[in-house]
Write a protein that binds this ligand. Sequence first.
Ligand SMILES: [Zn+2]
Ligand SMILES: [Zn+2]
Length: 215
Amino acid sequence: MKAVVAVILGLVAGFLIDLTAPQAAPAAAGTQGRRSGGKGAMSHSPIALVRIGTVPSSQVEALVPAVASAFDRDVFVAGSVDLPPQSFDPERRQYLSTVILEVLTSMRRPGWERVLGIADVDLFASRLNFVFGEADPGSGVAVMSLARLHDRDTTVFRRRAETEAIHELGHTYGLGHCRDPRCVMWFSNTLAESDLKGTRFCEAHAHELANARQP
Ligand SMILES: [Zn+2]
Ligand SMILES: [Zn+2]
């Protein structure tokens, strides 16, 4: 119930926030780009992935095919950005995802359809003990963290990361949470629940995504 309230608060604030269980460096844009993926949708603007902090580039590049397939867009790693020092809360030892969203918004280029930042530190948002990610549909930017997704089984970890990436990007197109536990937009309350949902949109959300992209 607490989680539902938290999400509603996020919606009121204009952000979509994801969490599991309720409990409790200067920005410097990199320049190297790497383009990949996509199912021949060259006429569309690409989706940019941005490494945040010390995330290995291989873990970001590994997301490219799944994101490209889910959104039928070219996806590329746009570069990297340091964790904004002002996002760090020394008492909580966590990073405020909303501040990271602001940094990502400032580095978004007009030609990028959406931006997803990938971090590997524990994120939190206002009133929430931690979040998996946060999205701002207004600016078309989202952030996610791998920190709570790690697993000894690299296949499980990869799938969790793909699911979270697609889920947060789905929010940037205005998609809300789903009642269908197989839909990637399902709001999962635990990692075990996350592992049950797929990386695909349900029919209704696929339709909503297509409508959201109408010129
Ligand atoms: Zn969500
Ligand atoms: Zn759905």
